[in-house]
Design a protein around this ligand. Structure first.
Ligand SMILES: O=C[C@H](O)COP(=O)(O)O
Length: 330
């Protein structure tokens, strides 16, 4: 039995694939065998913050790394083309040049810019020539309750408009009613609709009822071909948490151990402090290793994290903190 949350060393080494996850048939025995020991997971999560505290130059290096892993996000009802263009300018140059110069760093950029479907053409134009991908939240984000054909059509439109990554939302009701086949079929159809665009499956973990459901939904989405699993839309009352992350990360490890495919992880929603970003990076390094700390396998979904990181970097370079309003995102 595969228990998510176990602490074993697995002698079985998979044949490692660098290619995109093709998915596999739904393995219900595997799904149903996934467990989550909630109290053990919560105890472990409580020890994580500050466990590996890095200081000075090392901290600055990790914070710069974190920036390259951010899906810089605006998902607000009052988004405008102007706001999205300002966000894209920030994605292209996330840290002031004088700070980068002082740290001996060349140019860096964020992992992606994440917007609603309507804003995709604006973001694509603003990022032209930079190589920074645009991620679109499609499929009736954030509830995902519009008819499936409309959700699939929305994916197609976002891809046509130039989105290279699609963040889909799963139907929480399929998880809450244990209809794993329906979740698998929906996820597979969405993956197909994405074509060459990579698909991140948003589980909306705050609405799934239990950590065991989070483990099972993670596995089903990976079996159906998800390139990433993502915690939250940012709109649930509980978004990314460390216990949920432990469960999802261990599901990623189990999937890799079984299939040899690495799936990406995107904690999203409520991650706004540099020190939280450092905790996540240390967790990924401990649980999955350095290979997972690349933009093709890890992203933060965050609208305001970059501002706090920039503040910390300014403090690192100048010894002074500036007011947070000086680091507006858009
Ligand atoms: O996917 C990204 C989230 O919607 C961003 O959430 P946040 O505004 O809490 O950082």
């Amino acid at each position: 039995m595969r228990e998510v949350g176990r602490d074993d060393t697995d002698a079985h080494l998979p044949q490692v694939h660098e290619a995109r996850n093709p998915g596999m048939a739904l393995d219900l025995d595997w799904v149903m065998s996934a467990r989550a020991n909630t109290s053990a997971i919560e105890r472990r999560a409580a020890t994580l913050p500050g466990r590996r505290s890095v200081k000075k130059d090392y901290q600055a290096a990790w914070l710069l790394k974190a920036i390259t892993l951010i899906d810089l996000t605006t998902l607000a009802g009052d988004d405008t083309a102007g706001r999205v263009r300002r966000l894209c300018a920030k994605a292209r140059q996330p840290v002031r040049q004088d700070l980068l110069d002082a740290m001996g760093m060349g140019p860096i950029h964020t992992g992606a810019v994440c917007v609603y479907h309507d804003m995709v053409p604006t973001a694509v134009a603003a990022l032209d020539g930079t190589g920074i991908p645009v991620a679109a939240v499609s499929t009736g984000f954030p509830a995902g309750l519009s008819p499936l054909p409309l959700r699939l059509a929305e994916i197609g439109e976002s891809v046509k408009a130039g989105a290279r990554e699609i963040d889909i939302v799963i139907s929480r009701r399929h998880v809450l009613t244990g209809n794993w086949q329906a979740l698998y079929d929906e996820m597979k159809a969405m993956r197909e609709a994405c074509g060459d665009a990579h698909v991140k499956a948003i589980l909306a973990t705050g609405e799934l009822g239990s950590l065991r459901n989070v483990a099972r939904a993670s596995l089903v989405c990976m079996m159906a071909g998800a390139d990433f699993i993502k915690t939250s839309t940012g709109k649930e009352s509980v978004n990314a948490t460390l216990p949920v992350s432990l469960v999802m990360i261990r599901a990623l490890r189990d999937y890799f151990d079984e299939t040899g495919y690495r799936i990406g992880y995107k904690p999203a929603g409520g991650i706004s402090k540099a020190k939280d970003a450092l905790t996540y990076l240390a967790l990924i390094k401990d649980e999955l290793g350095n290979r997972w700390l690349q933009p093709d396998l890890f992203r933060f979904g965050a609208s305001s994290l970059l501002g706090d990181i920039e503040r910390q970097l300014e403090h690192h370079v100048t010894g002074r903190y500036s007011a947070s309003y000086r680091h507006a995102m858009a």
